[in-house]
Design a protein around this ligand. Structure first.
Ligand SMILES: [Zn+2]
Length: 358
């Protein structure tokens, strides 16, 4: 039922109504009142399906909220008793996470989403309670706050939800803390710290996982953690005048923490450096490439649950890592077609290609 009151500039609609805005967000109301003079709109029993592309999310996510009431003005949207989530709708199952709040305000000018008396729930279990907090609008690039949580899935660890928190410390430093909560596994905590210097760039990666609930050949028991400094200049300084093989240097836990034998072989292959090459001959560019390669290899391993490149032995003494994911370690033939070489360095098997690595 539509009604337009000319003298009060009031437009009323009772009964189901659907509206799609210019950003492809779909609104569904039970009733709405629009004041065309004040340019305000009040709606009740509202559900809003937001376009996931506006949030930079993929199709596995379904950003939306429901609320008792909504007040829309040119600059603000205020929802009372609202619930916000990005999880896909599944039949009679609660979304893996949601933020429930007494009041949610989206300030389109400041580009922030404010919550009052908010509870973050994961798998229907309250995880955090915030009397007041805000996170930046997904269109904002660099501002501290809780980022939009997203759905995550891996073959070893299963599906879950990541709730990243971003802290812009100042103009040259920032930090991201990303806890991941899983359906059937213990949570995984990841952090990344970045700092820009005049001639260098530092990335610190850290991760902690208390261990798999059920262990198997591919899921070793015990907790796992790593911390790594990607600091090209730092590495270059450590290499200066040293007459040791680069592989032994990066495996020295007092210099670079967290690089095991497989990580070292894979990283040197990615950065085209021979494992036995003397540190003093390594250039700054090679140090930077190597730092990037190590970080990439560590990240990839964490993404697949931390076991991809773990150098552990099964009961019969054979290595228990996923061979197919390795590029050079324990391989027979390199991608270029050459035979892979295997030499002993510091008593450890060191695989490399004498065509691709110089
Ligand atoms: Zn090769």
């Amino acid at each position: 039922m539509f009604h337009y009151d000319l003298s009060n500039n009031l437009f009323t609609s009772i009964g189901k109504i659907n509206i799609t805005d210019v950003n492809n967000n779909k609104y569904n109301f039970k009733e709405i009142y629009i004041d065309t003079k004040k340019k305000e709109m009040i709606g009740s029993n509202v559900s809003v399906a937001l376009d996931e592309k506006n949030f930079g999310l993929n199709e596995a996510n379904d950003p939306r909220f429901v609320a008792n009431n909504i007040l829309l003005t040119k600059d603000k949207a205020t929802l009372s008793k609202g619930v916000f989530t990005v999880c896909k709708k599944r039949e009679d199952k609660c979304p893996p996470w949601s933020i429930k709040a007494k009041k949610i305000t989206h300030d389109k000018i400041k580009k922030n989403i404010y919550y009052e008396h908010a509870t973050l729930k994961v798998y229907d279990v309250p995880v955090f309670y915030f009397p007041k907090f805000y996170h930046p609008d997904p269109t904002v690039k660099r501002q501290s706050g809780l980022l939009v949580p997203f759905f995550t899935k891996s073959s070893t660890i299963g599906s879950g939800v990541a709730t990243p928190y971003y802290w812009a410390v100042n103009n040259d430093k920032d930090l991201t803390f990303s806890p991941k909560f899983y359906n059937n596994e213990n949570p995984l905590f990841l952090g990344e710290y970045r700092q820009v210097f005049e001639n260098a760039f530092l990335t610190l990666d850290a991760g902690y996982f208390s261990g798999y609930k059920d262990t198997s050949v591919f899921k070793p028991s015990g907790s796992q953690n790593h911390i790594f400094a990607n600091f090209g200049v730092f590495l270059k300084n450590k290499c200066r005048k040293r007459n040791v093989a680069i592989k032994n240097l990066i495996m020295n836990q007092r210099i670079v923490v967290g690089v095991g034998n497989i990580y070292a072989c894979e990283s040197l292959y990615l950065s085209s450096i021979r494992p036995e090459k003397k540190c003093k001959y390594i250039t700054l560019k090679q140090c930077n490439d190597l730092a990037k390669a190590i970080k990439y290899v560590l990240k990839k391993s964490i993404k697949s649950g931390g076991t991809t490149l773990k150098d552990f032995k099964t009961l019969d003494g054979t290595p228990g890592y996923f061979k197919q994911k390795l590029m050079i370690y324990d391989c027979k033939i390199c991608k270029c077609g050459a035979k892979v070489k295997n030499i002993k360095l510091g008593g450890r098997s060191s695989f490399y290609c004498n065509i691709c690595q110089k």
